[in-house]
Structures are given as structure tokens and as C-alpha cells.
Design a protein around this ligand. Structure first.
Ligand code: F6P
Length: 360
């Protein structure tokens, strides 16, 4: 190995730059390799004029605290399914051969792909085409079964908890119900963790379809007792017998976008309880800015482990966290299953035992 490349794919996530820094420092200091960053997911190697950024232990200074990804990213960078206009018609084409050729032409000996399940799927396909690749899991949603924790999750929970703390004081002052929509896609991890940490009265997650009458009963009692209430709604939450609220369907490799369910819940609470209700959709604030100390440490450990996998020639694998140990799994295992909140698990039970309503 003389030269490696790093790519960040899918949504941005606090800790991405900390992983990049750790890979670069390990590559330079421990192994003496050269490192380049690929611009915007894999887009930087899709054209013959490649867009690569030279990275070294000196120019990654300050990356540890930096939000977003300095390399840029995209949800639309799947070289196996690129939409192109051919003869005046939009068509899906496979340009993966060109990507493989461009990587080889740049003398890149191995690639570190940092991303979520979608990115790992693409990395696995490229690995099967002969590119030596290792993966690092990334998502604020924490919904990958193969790793106990993904970096970015702790930061998202901290930001959401801070928002809930702030909403508590304004809700109490105005005797209002505050309905807060949090991210997480089809999993309720962010909502459940920050709902518990932020002292929410009601937490609605996708894994437990909610009964609005039950929610309204709890709100009525709470308003009588305390005069204000916080309701956390995961963007993927859905009513009993209903379906997810979808903002738009996605397309060209992009995932379906969820959201707007908080407005529906707020309207129903106002209608059935007569309470004054306000809605906050926290959105991408949950993904922005500096990672927490926990995420900086996890990102650093993942980055070091990814470089080590390359050194060992262990390609086609993604680093993971199991308990307190860094391990690794094959790409197939990495993308096999998503991880959802267990409706009968300890965390949900703990919340319910202290009187939090999960909508059932
Ligand atoms: O997967 C991370 C995430 O932030 C989800 O929680 C959310 O549903 C989605 O990405 C939003 O995607 P986008 O940034 O494309 O709107």
C-alpha cells in the first residue's frame, strides 16, 4: 500500500471529519501512506478529470471539532444507477467501470468508504468489482444492527435534548403543549433517547404505532397537574392502522423523506384537548455542528481501525463497535439488517415505568 483514498457518502453527520483525521493520521504516522479525499461521495472519481483533495496530518488539523464533511457528500452518488439524459430522455446507467478505472489510474491502492447502509451497499458492489475497500458506519439514526453505536448519534441526541430543555421553559411559561418532531428515519432511537433525557411526557416512535386518544388522555391529565407538556414525535411515527407521513418519495438513489407527522399530532391534540399547542420540527439542526466528546472518540477509534484493516489486507469489511470493543463485519453482514427499538425492551419499559406515554 502506498496511497489510499477516503470517501464520505449519504447524509452528513457530526464526526465525519474526525474519522477522516484519524484515518489520515494513522496512514501518515503509523504506516507512511499517502492519502487523498474524494470530492462529493464518489462523484470525484466518476469523470476522467478526477476531483481529489490531498490530505496529510498537517492539513487535517482542526478536523476533530468540525461539523459536516470537508470532502462534501451526496445522496445521489450511486455509480451503478446514475440518471443521465440520453437522446433527450432521462435514463439510468451504470458507470461503475469508469469509477474502477479512474481509481486505478490514480494509483489508489485502497479506499475507506464512510457512510450509512446505502453507501455500504455501493462499497460492497465496488469491492466485488475488485477495488480494495473498507467501511466505516455513519448515521445519526443509530439504526445499523451490526454496530452497537454509530458516530453522530450521541451528538444528535445531545442537540435534541438541549432543544427539549429550552422548549420546557417556554411551554411552562405559556401553559402550552409543545410537539417536537425529531429525525431518525424508520427508527425511534433519537426520539426515545432524547425524549427520556429531555423529560418528555409523551414519546411517539415508529416501532410503536400511537393511539391518539391515549395520547390526549395523558395530555389532559398532565395539563391539569402541571399546566404544560412536551410531546416528542419521531419523524417516522405513525398512528395505529396508519402509515408514515412522507414529504417526498425520493428518487435517483435518494431515500424517501419522512416528516410532517408532528403537525398532524399537534392538530389532533389541540382539537381533542382544547390545549394551546405549538410545533417545532428540529430537522437538520440535529446533524450540524461539532460532535460531542463521545462521538469524537468513537470516530477516532473507527478511523484508526479502518486504516488497520487496510494494513492487514482485510478488505470488504466495515468496522463496528460491540460493547466497548472495536470489531469488524463483512459488508454483507453490515447491510443485512437495520436495528429498531424493541417495543418490549428495557429502554421502553424504563420510560413507561416512570410514567412516560409511548402512545399505547
Ligand atoms: O439518515 C439521517 C437523516 O438525517 C434521517 O434522520 C432523515 O430522515 C434523513 O437523513 C434526512 O435526509 P435529507 O438530509 O436528505 O433530507
Amino acid at each position: 500500500i502506498r496511497k489510499i483514498a477516503i470517501s464520505t457518502g449519504g447524509g452528513d453527520c457530526p464526526g465525519l471529519n474526525a474519522v477522516i483525521r484519524a484515518v489520515v493520521r494513522t496512514a501518515n504516522i503509523k504506516y507512511g501512506w499517502e492519502v487523498v479525499g474524494i470530492k462529493d461521495g464518489l462523484q470525484g472519481v466518476m469523470d476522467t478529470t478526477t476531483k481529489l483533495i490531498p490530505l496529510n496530518r498537517h492539513n487535517v488539523a482542526g478536523f476533530l471539532q468540525k461539523g459536516g464533511t470537508v470532502l462534501g457528500t451526496t445522496n445521489r452518488g450511486n455509480p451503478f444507477e446514475i440518471k443521465q439524459e440520453i437522446d433527450g430522455r432521462m435514463q439510468t446507467v451504470d458507470i461503475s467501470d469508469a469509477v474502477v478505472e479512474n481509481i486505478r489510474r490514480e494509483h489508489i491502492d485502497a479506499v475507506v468508504g464512510i457512510g450509512g447502509d446505502g453507501t455500504m451497499l455501493i462499497m460492497n458492489q465496488l469491492y466485488k468489482k475488485g477495488i480494495p475497500i473498507v467501511g466505516v458506519p455513519k448515521t445519526i439514526d443509530n439504526d445499523l444492527l451490526s454496530t452497537d453505536v454509530t458516530f453522530g448519534f450521541d451528538t444528535a441526541v445531545a442537540i435534541a435534548t438541549d432543544a427539549l430543555d429550552r422548549l420546557q421553559t417556554t411551554a411552562a411559561s405559556h401553559h402550552r403543549v409543545m410537539v417536537v418532531e425529531l429525525m431518525g428515519r424508520y427508527a425511534g432511537w433519537i426520539a426515545l433517547h432524547s425524549g427520556i433525557a429531555g423529560g418528555a411526557e409523551v414519546i411517539l416512535i415508529p416501532e410503536i404505532p400511537y393511539n391518539i386518544e391515549r395520547v390526549c388522555d395523558v395530555i389532559r391529565q398532565r395539563m391539569k397537574r402541571e399546566g404544560f407538556s412536551i410531546v416528542v414525535v419521531a419523524e417516522g411515527a405513525k398512528p395505529v392502522g396508519g402509515s408514515h407521513s412522507v414529504l417526498h418519495e425520493g428518487g435517483q438513489g435518494a431515500v424517501e423523506r419522512l416528516g410532517g407527522v408532528a403537525y398532524k399530532v399537534a392538530e389532533e391534540i389541540e382539537h381533542f384537548t382544547g390545549a394551546e399547542v405549538r410545533t417545532t420540527v428540529l430537522g437538520h439542526v440535529q446533524r450540524g455542528g461539532a460532535p460531542t466528546a463521545y462521538d469524537r472518540v468513537l470516530s477516532t477509534r473507527f478511523g484508526v481501525a479502518a486504516a488497520d484493516l487496510i494494513h492487514e489486507g482485510n478488505f470488504g469489511r466495515m468496522v463496528t463497535l460491540r460493547g466497548t470493543e472495536i470489531c469488524d463485519v463483512t459488508f454483507e453482514e453490515a447491510i443485512e439488517n437495520l436495528k429498531f427499538v424493541d417495543p418490549d425492551g428495557q429502554l421502553v419499559r424504563a420510560a413507561e415505568e416512570i410514567g412516560v406515554c409511548l402512545g399505547r
